[in-house]
Design a protein around this ligand. Structure first.
Ligand code: GLU
Length: 297
């Protein structure tokens, strides 16, 4: 076994679909091709966005498709104490503050929209809550520094160096909401560190979160993580296929067609139809021989 540890971290907003299967497959093949471990984490942070039964459905579907996790599934709903601990460390360092602003207020404060359409927090509550206003969330101070990073060479921008100034791109961002619930950015960083993840392989739709996660990771003194963002599956209208847009669940029964489609999406030659065991042996070998593995020694 190598020191490589990868993961697949779906949010249980619906069953697995063609898009999430591509991410699951890429993360799994990368872990296996590096003789590493692969972990499954259910990101059930927000009960309001969760579809009842989806977490168990995803776990069952992955097992049916032949994915084998190397540790028991981690549920974010069981990790509040760990997030609280990290939050308190940020709080003790004076890095978080309560914020009263609503989404609408932040959107209305924009002079011009950012390239990715995300509103930049203007810093309204950084020096304290305005009189008579109650906190709606807790934000992390981002400072003016530039975050420099690169995806692995086969990733979304071919390993080119990325420079993000968080203060310009997103501003101080939410790590906790006033109801006590945790933001994805904080939870993902705490759990990746706790699970010892060395490589994050996920959809390119999450590229925009990477600089925030690197920033948090550094503040919390966690080890650095390599990233590989793979192309997302688009619906016919060009939108990202997602559970929210009603993407069709993959068909149960014969697992091979869905796996083959996911492989083709990653540009890998699909092995001749055989058993599921043969599929996995071929797929791991194809990934190992492909350019996807560049950048990991
Ligand atoms: N839970 C996130 C999602 O389903 C993925 C998180 C990640 O891979 O960092 O979109």
């Amino acid at each position: 076994m190598s020191s490589y540890i990868g993961r697949f971290a779906p949010s249980p907003t619906g069953p697995l679909h063609a898009g999430s299967l591509v991410t699951a497959l890429a993360s799994y093949l990368d872990a296996r091709a590096h003789d590493g471990r692969w972990l499954l984490r259910i990101e059930d942070l927000d009960p309001r966005r969760e579809t009842p039964g989806a977490a168990q459905a995803i776990i069952a579907e992955l097992a049916m498709l032949g994915f084998e996790a190397d540790a028991p599934v981690l549920f974010q709903s069981a990790r509040h104490a760990a997030y609280q601990d990290a939050f308190e460390r940020l709080q003790d360092a004076g890095l978080v503050y309560p914020c009263a602003c609503s989404r609408r207020e932040i959107a209305d404060s924009q002079v011009s929209p950012t390239p990715d359409g995300e509103a930049v927090y203007p810093g309204t509550c950084r020096a304290g809550l305005p009189p008579g206003r109650a906190a709606r969330s807790w934000r992390l101070r981002v400072g003016d520094g530039t975050i420099t990073w690169a995806d692995r060479p086969a990733g979304w921008d071919h390993g080119r160096t990325q420079r993000s100034v968080l203060a310009q791109g997103v501003g101080d961002f939410v790590v906790r909401r006033a109801d006590g619930s945790w933001a994805y950015q904080l939870a993902v960083v705490v759990d990746d560190a706790w699970q010892g993840i060395t490589d994050v392989v996920r959809g390119a739709d999450l590229v925009g979160s990477t600089a925030r996660q690197i920033h948090l990771r550094r503040l919390l003194a966690y080890p650095e993580i390599r990233t590989l963002h793979v192309p997302v599956v688009l619906a016919q209208d060009g939108q990202k296929l997602s559970k929210q847009t009603g993407a069709a669940p993959i068909t149960a029964g014969d697992p091979l067609p869905a796996l083959e489609r996911a492989m083709a999406h990653l540009g890998l030659a699909v092995p001749t139809r055989g058993t599921i065991g043969q599929f996995w042996r071929h797929a791991i070998q194809r990934w190992r021989d492909s350019s996807w593995t560049q950048g990991v020694s």
